[in-house]
Ligand binder design. Sequence first.
Ligand code: IDP
Ligand code: MG
Length: 157
Amino acid sequence: MSAKASQRTLVLIKPDAIQRGLSGAVISRLEGRGLRIVAMKMLHMDEAMAQRHYAVHEGKAFFKGLVEFITSSPIIAIVFEGQDAVEVVRRTMGETDPVKAQPGTIRGDYALDIGHNLVHGSDSLETAGKEIALFFNPGEILGYKRQIDAWIVGGQP
Ligand code: IDP
Ligand code: MG
């Protein structure tokens, strides 16, 4: 039984999660699924970077507030790797609006407000590639194997 190809996806622990002391809880939920961290850094995003990261939302009513929020305090950027990583992260985060997010998801368990929803995850494999490149140089992403992966997705340890 062989494992499916791995995907990489970008996760941001947003300023509210760090301010509230929930970084560990957010990372733990994602690591607990069986995804592995292959890159991680703490940074304070500037306006230019925020505008690039959220370019798809430019012109929307919430864009200015979103850029102000994401640049208001440090974040942690993480690349998670694993089978179906993009969709698994999205489903583990829960819906964008925490009011609608299912209990059991990160947003459904820890958040109340759409502008303070703790975590970002890439919405497709294509987006993930672009987002990862905005935060990390290729040399900062550390590919490695874990023996436990065979017990999570099958394949050779
Ligand atoms: P996502 O984070 O679940 O992918 P997106 O639609 O990509 O959601 O929106 C990016 C971020 O913009 C959201 O996580 C949320 O913080 C913020 N946002 C989205 N829609 C609204 C809104 O209607 N009001 C305020 N903030 C919003
Ligand atoms: Mg999005």
